[in-house]
Design a binder for this molecule. Structure first.
Ligand SMILES: *[C@@H]1O[C@H](CO)[C@@H](O)[C@H](O)[C@H]1NC(C)=O
Ligand SMILES: *[C@@H]1O[C@H](CO)[C@@H](O)[C@H](O)[C@H]1NC(C)=O
Ligand SMILES: *[C@@H]1O[C@H](CO)[C@@H](O)[C@H](O)[C@H]1NC(C)=O
Ligand SMILES: *[C@@H]1O[C@H](CO)[C@@H](O)[C@H](O)[C@H]1NC(C)=O
Ligand SMILES: *[C@@H]1O[C@H](CO)[C@@H](O)[C@H](O)[C@H]1NC(C)=O
Length: 370
């Protein structure tokens, strides 16, 4: 609590000892407001889909001790089956003892029917099984029913491997002058699925997707109409399904039933505020060198009025960085951006190294990561 600065501006690269300018002539900084107050009129509810299994618990602890502190409400939505093959699997719907072990910020989505630990698709040999769409649509209905949608003005579904900057999200919404009673569905917008043979919708990437309260209430009302046993037949259907493509079906449902299009989170310089891949990697991406792989497809290259280049990674006031499977990076980032002094267990839930797209350039950026 010794830090008094209102605003910290960190040149990321200063920490790595390598000037980004040497690489592609950009100047990347990250600005956060570490005295940002929680607020009563524009609260942010952070909803983290989670599985209660020993392997993921370091991530749960890390989120609570780091970026999760800046959410006005932080809750983890879990499947009713908890445990693992070693400790055993327990269904908290029938085992009160197991249920009593869960902390207060964990919400059990009891209606989930597909178990995460016994995949019902042959192509899904690895657990957890990929039924995240069912988990989400049932969570949104549950949140509406138990009054969670009245606890905030803005909502995010944020993945457990995303580092979120709640202060910058609130600032973004303020700058846009958006209101919670208007329809807003926003984040990093992907456009590669637009087309008559595909979903024909822009999609907010699932790493961190944001909604106004009005939009989530509308969405919950759409989802309540789902009939048990009825599943999606085509890509443009809004129904239950066994799929991990939650962000795709969400986009389809919002477009189909309320005509809502995804809105981007670009800053005034046209830069992305959400990095859907590790920012160390995304920072080095150059569209003309990479070519139009799905990440870039259909994204406008330039602003039609100003001619300014769009969609480059990353703006100064980022909203989310995605791709931290290993909890230790949350502590590193919290210490780095917010001047915290949290201990980092370098050996904690060690995850395999990432496959970077630009491995040579990326390695120059990553001394922050050990
Ligand atoms: C991207 O690559 C092109 C072609 O190599 C180059 O002309 C351009 O300056 C690069 N852009 C940035 C921002 O580095
Ligand atoms: C980079 O950004 C910092 C902080 O905004 C600024 O002081 C510096 O002059 C910039 N450097 C270049 C090369 O643009
Ligand atoms: C930081 O947040 C505080 C409290 O919300 C606010 O008063 C202040 O103006 C913010 N500072 C900047 C530079 O945005
Ligand atoms: C209920 O869960 C606990 C773990 O919390 C376990 O020890 C116990 O054996 C379970 N009971 C049954 C009947 O499975
Ligand atoms: C795709 O969506 C647009 C509106 O966003 C609509 O005008 C068009 O007819 C749709 N195309 C198909 C094939 O559904």
């Amino acid at each position: 609590m010794f830090r008094r600065t209102l605003l910290r501006c960190i040149i990321c690269i200063a920490v790595t000892g390598v000037a980004l300018n040497d690489i592609n002539n950009a100047n990347v900084s990250v600005m956060v407001n570490d005295t940002f107050q929680k607020s009563s009129n524009r609260r942010l509810y952070c909803m983290v889909p989670f599985i209660w299994t020993p392997t993921f618990l370091p991530q749960y602890d890390a989120i609570r001790k780091t970026w999760g502190k800046r959410c006005d409400v932080l809750k983890f939505y879990i499947d009713p089956i908890i445990g693992d093959s070693q400790a055993g699997y327990f269904d908290v719907r029938v085992n009160e003892t197991a249920k009593a072990t869960l902390p207060e910020d964990v919400v059990v989505v009891e209606n989930i029917q597909r178990p995460w630990n016994k995949c019902n698709s042959k192509s899904d040999s690895e657990t957890p099984c990929r039924h995240i769409w069912e988990k989400l649509w049932r969570s949104w209905i549950l949140m509406d029913e138990i009054g969670e949608l009245d606890k905030a003005e803005w909502f995010t579904k944020v993945d457990a491997d995303t580092y979120l900057f709640a202060d910058n999200l609130k600032r973004f919404v303020d700058d846009k002058d958006w209101r919670p009673n208007e329809q807003h569905y926003f984040g990093h917008v992907l456009m590669h699925r637009i087309g008559k043979d595909d979903v024909n919708a822009s999609i907010v990437a699932g790493a961190a997707v944001f909604f106004s309260r009005a939009t989530l209430k509308s969405l919950a009302n759409i989802l309540k109409e789902f009939k048990e046993g009825e599943v999606r037949k085509g890509r443009q259907d809004c129904k239950d399904d066994y799929t991990s493509e939650e962000e795709v079906v969400t986009a389809v449902c919002l477009k189909k039933f309320i005509g809502l299009e995804a809105q981007t989170t670009l800053d005034a310089d046209g830069k992305e505020l959400i990095a859907v891949f590790e920012p160390e990697d995304s920072l080095t991406w150059n569209r003309s060198e990479q070519g139009e792989w799905w990440y870039w497809v259909n994204k406008p290259k330039a602003d039609p009025q100003s001619g300014m280049e769009l969609h480059q990674c990353c703006g100064d006031r980022p909203i989310a960085f995605h791709g931290y499977k290993d909890a230790k990076w949350f502590y590193h980032l919290e210490n780095h951006f917010y001047g915290a002094n949290l201990p980092v267990d370098e050996d904690e839930n060690k995850q395999p190294i990432y496959a970077w797209r630009n491995p040579d350039q990326t390695k120059l950026h990553i001394s922050l990561r050990g």
